[in-house]
Design a protein around this ligand. Structure first.
Ligand SMILES: [Zn+2]
Length: 129
């Protein structure tokens, strides 16, 4: 039977993981505070925490990207509505401002797509090697 991780099984595991991630305490301090061995905390930190962190990071990035996309879409819709009003009113100065703003938002969106594409290609390369 594989040996269980005493830190994974610990009732205080979430607090321990938080301490490890935030690096506010040393392995020794974390172990001493909870009657765990320092080597168990070290093993847990190197073998069990990174996988969780990666998942948390991925989720955070996805949430942030989603939020930014929604904000960008909303801002673009506003600029578009202003452009429509400017055209109706024959206000060329306002129309140019709305067009400039739309272009700026498009450039931001395009940069995000490029970054996403570069990251996708990098991950593909990492998987190959
Ligand atoms: Zn563990």
């Amino acid at each position: 039977m594989p040996r269980r991780c005493t830190v994974c099984d610990h009732p205080d595991r979430l607090a321990i993981d938080r301490s490890l991630v935030e690096r506010r305490s040393t392995f020794r301090e974390i172990a001493a505070a909870r009657d765990l061995s320092e080597s168990a905390v070290h093993r847990h930190a190197s073998e069990h925490v990174p996988a969780q962190l990666t998942r948390a990071d991925d989720a955070r990035v996805a949430v942030t990207a989603n939020l930014l996309l929604r904000l960008l879409t909303r801002l673009y819709a506003c600029a578009d509505a202003i452009l429509a009003r400017a055209e109706t009113a024959g206000d060329d100065k306002l129309a140019l401002g709305a067009i400039r703003e739309s272009g700026r938002l498009l450039a931001i969106g395009l940069r995000a797509v490029e970054v996403d594409e570069i990251e996708r290609r990098l991950s593909a390369l990492e998987e190959e090697s």
